[in-house]
Design a protein around this ligand. Structure first.
Ligand SMILES: Nc1ncnc2c1ncn2[C@@H]1O[C@H](COP(=O)(O)OP(=O)(O)OP(=O)(O)O)[C@@H](O)[C@H]1O
Ligand SMILES: [Mg+2]
Length: 506
């Protein structure tokens, strides 16, 4: 009997396969990290072949740990790092270049060129996004303009583009041998090319970008059978039936299905998503308008999103680039050696600032330093940066929605950090709540796949699976909270205007 669903979570730092049972509990999992390639300052790449090989391997790990075979699996769901762009040859299956990762800022000159006519909000009313290096569209343009022969091959119809959901789906379903080239509405809504109302590619925008439509995947719903897994896979003939971008998947896994529900995920970056139901809401406060999910033929659900580029990756930076901790959890021990930040504020504008500022000219700054500050204070400042950035995004959500959020549902790798979660509640002034299954990203993809295949009946089935695990309540007094936020906002202004021609040409 097929009593389980597999979710493939193709993330920024690793690829996971997680097997869930009907109660939404994890039965087993496999995980492999892939190399982060930094060819130059501001450039971030992944090797798509490594990612695909890892995907195959983690599926094997998860199945064998639980002693299961394909006959036990009802469906496969895919979730993924969202704006990371892969371009490959459909005849050979070979990528023409490494995947250009969402954090990569090399396309700033392309953004400037496109924004010269109409500014960065040129297409915002149609696609929900400002022109920014973050989104996959400008990354495709870079590949077409900089990889030898790419433009000609693309014009001839030989190249395909996909975010990593499409890359994994195409390979899972046969690759050059009949692989399905599709994506879901949530991933499509991060390209700069999809019309939020019609959920189709905009020919006029593609023309401005110079991207041939033949490269683009077919836009499908988030929950339907896209195809079957190909014959050489351990999951042979299992239907692939769910795709959601990682942040939308986490929202779905948190059972935040209805208007006004939300979640905040603390991973490589932080992403707060606020469900606006069937209504497209345009932000006045620096949030993105994006797809929440679409189940088969049902109407799409939209969302507002506050994206923060650097949160958990700042902890990794402390570990990998400075070496003052050996593992991510050690940051909490170090932070606990002091009572406060000692006056230090760390604004990690490594990829510029995303929500709510959208300042690509910003770069990171550690300010407020005196001879007093030690590495414990810096560890605290690193953790606090995540909480302050979240506070600013929450302010934007409250302003856009006109209702103040009364608690924040959280998930992601950083929520294991109690010191951070307590400080987060203190700085927000509302409780922070963690569910039992913290792997909400994978769970959301499993839900989407299981709904399409009748493994789960309906959303009520899924709501029942959500259970509270822990809750942090605010303890900081209001005066201190206001003072901290004031200092943080001052620190943020110190990162502005850093990137100019001197920096760009260095
Ligand atoms: N105890 C901890 N304290 C602070 N940060 C932590 C802790 N444990 C993990 N992290 C951070 O959490 C992040 C990993 O979280 P998670 O696995 O949710 O990331 P992710 O963004 O989903 O990654 P991916 O994109 O690969 O899926 C890392 O950046 C790591 O530095
Ligand atoms: Mg993730």
């Amino acid at each position: 009997m097929a009593d389980y669903v597999v979710a493939i979570d193709q993330g920024t730092t690793s690829t996971r396969a997680i097997i869930f049972d009907k109660s939404g509990s994890i039965v087993s999992s496999g995980q492999l990290e892939h190399e982060q390639i930094f060819p130059k300052a501001g450039w971030v790449e992944h090797d798509p072949i490594e990612i695909w090989n890892n995907t195959r391997e983690v599926i094997g790990q998860a199945l064998s740990k639980a002693d299961l075979t394909r006959h036990d699996i009802a469906a496969v769901g895919i979730t993924n790092q969202r704006e990371t762009a892969v371009v490959w040859d459909k005849n050979t299956g070979q990528p023409v270049y490494n995947a250009i990762v969402w954090q990569d800022t090399r396309t700033q000159p392309i953004v400037d060129r496109l924004a010269a006519d109409g500014g960065v909000e040129r297409f915002k009313q149609i696609v929900g996004l400002p022109l920014a290096t973050y989104f996959s569209g400008t990354k495709i343009v870079w590949i077409l303009e900089n990889v030898e022969g790419a433009r000609e091959k693309a014009e001839a119809g030989d190249l395909l583009f996909g975010t990593t959901d499409s890359w994994v789906l195409w390979n899972l379903t046969g690759g050059p041998d009949g692989g399905v080239h599709a994506t879901d509405v949530t991933n499509a809504s991060r390209t700069l090319f999809m019309d939020l109302e019609t959920l189709s590619w905009r020919d006029d925008i593609l023309e401005v970008f110079g991207v041939p439509k033949s490269m683009l995947p077919e836009i499908k719903s988030s929950s339907e059978v896209y195809g079957q897994v190909e014959a050489s896979s351990l999951l042979r003939e299992v239907p692939v039936a769910g795709i959601l971008g990682d942040q939308q998947a986490a929202t779905f896994g948190q059972a935040a299905f209805d208007t006004g529900e939300s979640k905040n995920t603390y991973g490589t970056g932080n992403f707060l998503i606020f469900n606006t139901g069937e209504e497209i809401v345009h932000s006045k406060n620096g949030l993105l308008t994006t797809l929440g999910y679409k189940l088969g033929d049902a109407a799409p659900h939209y969302a507002l999103e506050g994206s923060i580029a650097v949160t958990g990756s700042l902890v990794q930076w402390l570990r990998d680039n400075l070496g003052i901790i050996k593992s991510a959890p050690e940051i909490e021990d170090l932070a606990k050696t002091v009572d406060d930040n000692g006056g230090a504020y760390f604004v990690p504008a490594f990829s510029g600032l995303f929500a709510p500022y959208w300042r690509s000219d910003a770069r990171g700054a550690l300010v407020g330093l005196t001879r007093y500050v030690n590495k414990g204070h810096i560890a605290r400042a690193v953790l606090e940066a995540t909480a302050f950035q979240t506070r600013e995004v929450l302010e934007a959500v409250n302003a856009d929605s006109g209702v103040d959020l009364t608690e924040l549902k959280v998930d992601g790798g950083m929520i294991a950090n109690n010191t951070l979660m307590q400080f987060q509640a203190d700085i927000l002034g509302v409780p922070v709540v963690r569910p039992v299954v913290a792997e909400t990203t994978a769970l959301g993809a499993a839900y989407a796949a299981g709904l399409a295949t009748g493994f789960w009946e309906n959303l009520d089935d899924l709501r029942k699976n959500w259970q509270e695990d822990s809750r942090w309540t605010p303890q900081m007094d209001e005066e201190e909270r206001d003072r901290q936020i004031r200092l943080w906002k001052k620190a943020v202004t110190r990162t502005f205007d850093w990137v100019d021609d001197d920096v760009r040409n260095a």
